[in-house]
Write a protein that binds this ligand. Structure first.
Ligand SMILES: Nc1ncnc2c1ncn2[C@@H]1O[C@H](COP(=O)(O)OP(=O)(O)OP(=O)(O)O)[C@@H](O)[C@H]1O
Length: 329
């Protein structure tokens, strides 16, 4: 069900997740989404799904507005707005509605980045990539209709557990590998894979969210960086041109963090983190198995071209040992 699109549910089907508590009477406070009628003069809406002619021959893409949704509990607060549980009234489809304030986007100068994020995420269809079903806007806000990830941030799980066991880590690494391989076939480089950008659905499956830093492959030029350096490869922090192999490095950083609980090159200051990344100062604790250690050393390689390819991941002994049921024999 989850892989079906919101547009395909417009006929009024209900889904299991609709049992979630989405109250139609949720009161909107100032600055939060209101029920129907809040759209301004320049409101607009887009269903990002463009149905293939064979799929829904006579159906026009559905156009959404705030009035189409019952707004439920807040799911989290982001840099530019909030995310709410919501239910599309006609189909009863449960989604996460991300509400972004135009004024805040403008102030931070990230409208262009958001446009790119929408454009990229809307065209990706993979079980381990959070679906963007559509978007619409009114005078003050932009609304993203996102797949609901019921188990929330992977980061919080990691904080709760301290670190994951090898089986759980390997399953996440395999899911990430598959999502990244898919992105790369679409010439999309994510460039910002970190635990905060990974969500979990009801079944605990990993979903890559947040394509804010992603780019189409030919344009991966030098860029100004902001935020944490911990997940970035040497070529990016040294300001060089780079390609999809940056995501292989980040996969290695995440694999380490799943197994150990902290990113591998963490240091007290930016200068020292920079030094540790560029020197690949990798220290793997002895509780990490030899198979995982071997794989980490193949992913976290300074020379991007010498890194293990994502295609080769499923043959790695560590993945084969822990992900048997997820692999085709
Ligand atoms: N699709 C979703 N399903 C469930 N919870 C979500 C979903 N999207 C976001 N959340 C929750 O809302 C919080 C805020 O999300 P948001 O993406 O706005 O945060 P952010 O890290 O500031 O992102 P951005 O950098 O894009 O602004 C997340 O940390 C998460 O807990």
């Amino acid at each position: 069900m989850a892989s079906r699109t919101l547009a395909s549910h417009m006929s009024g089907l209900s889904i299991a997740a609709a049992k979630e508590n989405v109250s139609p009477n949720s009161k909107a406070r100032d600055g939060e989404p209101r029920a129907a009628g809040a759209e301004g003069k320049d409101a607009g809406a887009h269903d990002v799904k463009r149905a293939a002619p064979s799929e829904v021959p006579s159906q026009k893409p559905r156009v959404f507005s705030l009035g189409d949704f019952d707004i439920g509990k807040p799911l989290g607060r982001g840099k530019f707005g909030n995310v709410y549980l919501a239910r599309e009234k006609r189909s009863q489809y449960v989604v996460a509605l991300k509400v972004l304030f135009k004024s805040q986007l403008q102030k931070a100068g990230v409208e262009h980045q958001l446009r790119r994020e929408i454009e990229i995420q809307a065209h990706l269809r993979h079980p381990n990539i959070l679906r963007l079903h559509g978007y619409f806007y009114d005078a003050n806000r932009v609304y993203l209709i996102l797949e609901y990830a019921a188990k929330g941030e992977l980061y919080k799980e990691l904080q709760k557990c301290g670190r994951f066991d090898e089986k759980r880590s390997a399953r996440y690494v395999l899911q990430l590998t598959r999502a990244l391989r898919y992105c790369h076939t679409k010439h999309v480089i994510h460039r910002d894979i970190k635990p905060e950008n990974l969500l979990l659905d009801l079944k605990g499956e990993l979903k890559i969210a947040d394509f804010g830093w992603s780019v189409h492959a030919p344009h991966a030029r030098r860029t100004t960086l902001c935020g944490t350096m911990d997940y970035l490869p040497p070529e990016m922090i040294e300001g060089q041109d780079h390609d999809d192999l940056v995501d292989v490095w980040s996969l290695g950083v995440l694999m380490y963090e799943f197994l150990v609980g902290t990113p591998p090159f963490e240091a007290s200051g930016a200068h020292e983190t920079y030094r540790r990344i560029t020197k690949v100062d990798l220290r793997i604790p002895s509780f990490v198995s030899p198979e995982a250690t071997e794989l980490l050393r193949k992913l976290l390689v300074k020379d991007a071209k010498a890194r293990l390819s994502l295609e080769a991941m499923e043959q790695q002994p560590w993945i084969r040992k822990h992900c048997g049921s997820m692999l085709s024999q």
